[in-house]
Design a protein around this ligand. Structure first.
Ligand SMILES: [Zn+2]
Length: 532
């Protein structure tokens, strides 16, 4: 636990380091003492964060903290000459919005505690408490930084004087910390093409902003970004009301995924952000925790594995079950298919014996109906042709060739360690948004191999009608899809990186069902309807 905290603190990027740069400019006298303290403190607190320090103690601590928070008076931001009694806060000009970054874990930079954390709005650092001996209080005295924001209550305070500041000019700061969306704003998201301006002057399109690659988390970023561009899923998570009251069993950590994903959605779509990018730090911390470190920030993962885990984890955290209980995740992505399976006799058996076995019940075709969240498309084995210049020729295949897997006729052989099966698939229900995963990586005993075959696909009107049985065709009205996002893997299997193209809905809006085609592979279309 402590190791994790430490590593992540080290990987924390610029705003903090620029903040500590400020610290260094302070007079030498005060610096000496504060530094000594800073190095000694984490040891003590790391002990505090050990598992045996369970909820009761944390609760006691919190109560103690809250009690020790002194009752503040209130002052308003601007001096009101009409009201002789009003006293204004003279420090609002010292707020430095360019160092404010609320994407990181809300914990005190000294004590590492999550309780009563305040952001210093002058240097951007987080400190615990407001009371006389608290870290925020000491910071305010030592560095003459006076304006603080409680990251939980969203209230502003002036320290060490300890009064609450109420001023509408600070509302932009609370909005960056906690963006909110009205139903009307959500309904208009895909109709407006208005560029937003960040604090440093760069312009960005809400929803189409970069996600920081903290270390090696581009595999997760690409998936999260793709999901954030699926309108019904996005709209659900933009409104906290939709999932706020879902009941979870006590001690459940999985709901953290839901909360963090919602926060990330709102940050990605924030039209009034101070910067034109978002760090998925808190989201990924939840992923590391909830996946029990299967997926990490510091180690490249497999995009398809992550997508599959994330959708299932999100579905169950929202209270969904395997069969009956639906959630926004299954409403958007779940389809169904029939799987026909036929057992094959061992290939080494004499022909006569095979014939006989095929008469047995065990070798007759069976059918099960199964749901899916995405369709796995297999690539033909890539032949390694070389042209006259001895360059490898990369084969190409049309999307519809590899989709033939689902036409109900194509049979594919599957091998287990002792038995062989023939399977064929037929789609019975198409989801509103369809995910394709092109299977490019095969793991054998020694290494992971990447199939470089280029898949050519149209970006609009991909019709899946022919993969549905006749009776299903009769009830399924809309069977065509348009591309809204495409994830690409560049480079070698183990050291490559992920990129994504997303459709800007305003620029290229079409009727009908839209889809999410997540294609893992080489870039097929140089010209994508994507501004990024
Ligand atoms: Zn400060």
């Amino acid at each position: 636990m402590s190791g994790r905290v430490k590593r992540e603190r080290e990987s924390r990027p610029s705003p903090r380091s620029s903040a500590s740069g400020r610290v260094k400019r302070e007079p030498a006298g005060s610096r000496g003492s504060s530094r000594g303290k800073r190095e000694a403190e984490p040891e003590r607190v790391r002990v505090k964060r050990e598992p045996e320090d369970g909820p009761p103690r944390a609760k006691r601590e919190r109560e103690a903290e809250e009690e020790s928070e002194p009752e503040p008076t209130v002052r308003y931001g601007r001096f009101d000459p009409e009201d002789r009694r009003s006293r204004h806060c003279p420090y609002l000009d010292t707020i430095n919005r360019s160092v404010l970054d609320f994407d990181f874990e809300k914990l005190c930079s000294i004590s590492l505690s999550h309780i009563n954390v305040y952001a210093c709005l002058v240097c951007g650092k987080y400190f615990q408490g407001r009371g006389l001996k608290s870290h925020a209080y000491i910071h305010s005295v030592q560095f003459s930084h006076h304006v603080f924001l409680n990251l939980h209550t969203l209230k502003f305070y002036c320290l060490p004087d300890n009064y609450e500041i109420i001023d509408s000019s600070l509302e932009d700061i609370t909005y960056v910390l906690k963006p909110t969306f009205t139903k009307q704003q959500i309904a208009n998201l895909d109709k407006q093409a208005k560029l937003s301006r960040a604090y440093d002057g760069t312009t960005y399109l809400p929803g189409i902003v970069g996600l920081n690659n903290i270390k090696a988390n581009d595999y997760a970023n690409a998936v999260l970004q793709a999901l954030s561009n699926v309108p019904p899923l996005r709209n659900y998570f933009l409104e906290e009301e939709n999932y706020k009251n879902i009941k979870r069993p006590p001690g459940d950590i999985m709901f953290l995924l839901v909360q963090r994903f919602g926060e990330l959605m709102r940050k990605l779509w924030n039209p009034r952000n101070f910067k034109a990018h978002v760090s998925p730090h808190e989201m990924l911390q939840a992923v590391v925790l909830c996946s029990k470190k299967t997926f990490q920030i510091t180690k490249q993962g497999d995009g398809v594995d992550f997508l599959s885990w994330f959708l299932n984890a999100l579905h169950s955290a929202l209270g969904g079950t395997k069969k009956k209980k639906k959630t926004i995740v299954t409403d958007v992505f779940q389809g169904s298919m029939r799987i026909f399976t036929k057992k094959l006799p061992h290939p080494d058996l004499p022909a006569e014996e095979k014939e006989q076995l095929l008469q047995n019940d065990e070798y007759q075709e069976t059918m099960v109906e199964s749901t899916f969240m995405y369709l796995t498309l297999d690539l033909p084995t890539a032949p390694l042709y070389k042209d006259e210049k001895e360059q490898l020729i990369i084969p190409q295949v049309p999307l519809f060739n590899i989709l033939a897997k689902f036409n109900g006729i194509t049979e594919k052989e599957y091998k287990t360690y002792k038995e062989n099966f023939l399977k064929r698939f037929q789609l019975t229900k198409l989801p509103p948004y369809l995910i394709f995963c092109i299977k490019r990586f095969t793991k054998n005993n020694f290494f992971v191999e990447k199939n470089p075959t280029i898949v050519n696909f149209p970006i609009t009107n991909v019709d899946l009608r022919e993969y549905l049985s006749e009776e299903v065709q009769a009830v399924h009205k809309n069977t065509t899809y348009d591309l809204i996002a495409n994830i690409v893997h560049d480079g070698k299997p183990t050291e490559g990186s992920y990129r994504i193209h997303v459709l800007h809905h305003v620029r290229d809006r079409r009727g009908g069902v839209q889809c999410l085609l997540a294609a893992w592979g080489l870039e097929q279309h140089a010209k994508h309807p994507s501004p990024c």
